[in-house]
Design a protein around this ligand. Structure first.
Ligand code: ATP
Ligand code: LTN
Length: 336
C-alpha cells in the first residue's frame, strides 16, 4: 500500500455534545469503511471548540470520550491518522499566517458566523468565533488534503479554504493542494424523533429527540416510545408521513433491511409494534459499539498511546507544510 497514491482526506469533528446516531451512520461509519481506500486524517478539533465558552473539565472529558468512541467504532490508528488538534501546534501557527492572507470582509460574510453572532450581544462575540474558518483552513491545508467531507453547512468554509490556498499559491508558488469539497450523498439522514423536520443534532434543544450512541437501553426505549408519529396507523414511508418515514429509515439503517421489506412486515399492525421492535433493533445495533467503548475506556494508557501515535504521524506532515510556508513568507530559519 503506497499512501501517496491514495487520495488524502481530512475530516474534522468537534468534541462538543454527545455523539448521536446521525453522526455515527452519517459520518463516522464512513470514515471506518473508507480507511482502506483513502489516506484518512481525522482531527478532533478542540481548538475550534473553545470559540464558544467551554467548561475545562467537560471539554477534556468530551475530547477523551470522542477519541474512545472513534476507536470503538473501528478507526484503526495504524491505518488512519486520528489525532487531537491541540496536540499539533502547527494548526495554531498556520492559522496565524493565513490570517494575514484573509480579509475581514471574507470572514464577515460567513453564514455560520453571522448566525452564531446574531444570537449574542455584540460585546460577547469572541474574535475566535470570527476567525474559526481560518483555523479550519489551516486544518485542511496543513495536510495537503485532496478532499474534505462535510455537510452542506460547511461548504462555505471549504470554499474559503480554496480561495486562501489559491491566493497563497499565486503569490508564493505552489505550496498548498487546493482541496475539493465532498458533500456525502444524503442517503441516511436521521431526523429528530421529536421533530422530523429537523435533523438529529448535538445542539438540539431537547435531548429527547436525539439518540446518543452511548445511551442506555432504557433511554433508547424511552425516546423511541416517546417519538412523535403521524396521523393514521399504517406503517408506510411517504412524504406525508415524515415521522414514520424517519423511524423506518432508522430501522433500515440499524438492521440492514430495506424499507419496503420492513413496511411489509408491519401490514395490519400499528405504530406501537413498530416502536417496540425499533427500540430493540437500535439497542442491538449499538451494543457492540458500546462494549468496545467500555473496553477502550477502561485502558486510558492505550487510548493515550493511540492519540500520541496519531499526533506524531500528523505532525510529520504538518511540520513539513509549515516549514515551507515559513520559508516562503520570509521568516529566518532557526539553526538546527
Ligand atoms: P451540531 O448540532 O453541533 O451542528 P451535529 O450533530 O449537526 O452538531 P456535526 O458536528 O455538524 O454534527 O457533524 C458531524 C458529522 O455528522 C457530519 O459529517 C454530518 O454530516 C454528520 N451528521 C450530523 N447530523 C446528522 C444526521 N442527523 N444524519 C446524518 N448525518 C449527520
Ligand atoms: N467546522 C466543522 C468542524 C471542522 C472541520 C475542520 C471539518 C473543523 N475543522 C476541517 C472538516 C475539516 C463543523 O462544525 N462540522
Amino acid at each position: 500500500m503506497v499512501p501517496s497514491l491514495m487520495a488524502r482526506v481530512l475530516s474534522g469533528i468537534q468534541p462538543s455534545g454527545d455523539v448521536h446516531l446521525g453522526n455515527y451512520v452519517g459520518a463516522i461509519r464512513h470514515w471506518v469503511t473508507d480507511q482502506d481506500s483513502i489516506d484518512s486524517f481525522i482531527c478532533i478539533v478542540d481548538l475550534h471548540a473553545i470559540s464558544v465558552p467551554q467548561d475545562p473539565a467537560h471539554l477534556r472529558a468530551q475530547t477523551v470520550e470522542l477519541a474512545a468512541l472513534l476507536l470503538a467504532a473501528g478507526i484503526d490508528p495504524d491505518r488512519s491518522t486520528l489525532f487531537v488538534q491541540s496536540h499539533v501546534h502547527e494548526h495554531a501557527e498556520l492559522a496565524w499566517v493565513l490570517n494575514c492572507f484573509t480579509t475581514f470582509g471574507e470572514l464577515r460574510r460567513m453564514t455560520q458566523f453571522k448566525e452564531k453572532a446574531q444570537a449574542q450581544a455584540e460585546g460577547s462575540v469572541l474574535v475566535g468565533l470570527f476567525d474559526y474558518p481560518v483555523l479550519q483552513a489551516a486544518d485542511i491545508l496543513l495536510y495537503q488534503a485532496d478532499r474534505v467531507p462535510v455537510g452542506e453547512d460547511q461548504r462555505q468554509h471549504v470554499e474559503l479554504t480554496r480561495d486562501i490556498a489559491q491566493r497563497f499559491n499565486h503569490r508564493f508558488g505552489e505550496t498548498f493542494v487546493v482541496p475539493e469539497v465532498a458533500i456525502p450523498k444524503v442517503g441516511a439522514r436521521i431526523m429528530d424523533l421529536q421533530n422530523p423536520a429537523a435533523k438529529m443534532s448535538k445542539s438540539a434543544e431537547s435531548p429527547q429527540g436525539t439518540i446518543g450512541v452511548l445511551d442506555s437501553p432504557e433511554d433508547v426505549s424511552r425516546k423511541v416510545k416517546a417519538a412523535v408519529t403521524d396521523s393514521g396507523r399504517d406503517v408506510v414511508s411517504s412524504p406525508d408521513k415524515p415521522a414514520i418515514t424517519n423511524l423506518l429509515t432508522i430501522y433500515s439503517v440499524v438492521t440492514g433491511r430495506n424499507v419496503s421489506d420492513i413496511e411489509g412486515s408491519y401490514e395490519g399492525r400499528g405504530y406501537a409494534d413498530l416502536k417496540s421492535d425499533l427500540a430493540e433493533a437500535i439497542i442491538l445495533f449499538l451494543s457492540p459499539l458500546q462494549e468496545q467503548y467500555r473496553d477502550i475506556s477502561s485502558d486510558p494508557g492505550r487510548l493515550r498511546d493511540s492519540l500520541e501515535l496519531g499526533a506524531q504521524k500528523a505532525q510529520k506532515v504538518a511540520g513539513e507544510t509549515l516549514h515551507a510556508v515559513y520559508e516562503r513568507v520570509g521568516f529566518v530559519p532557526r539553526r538546527r
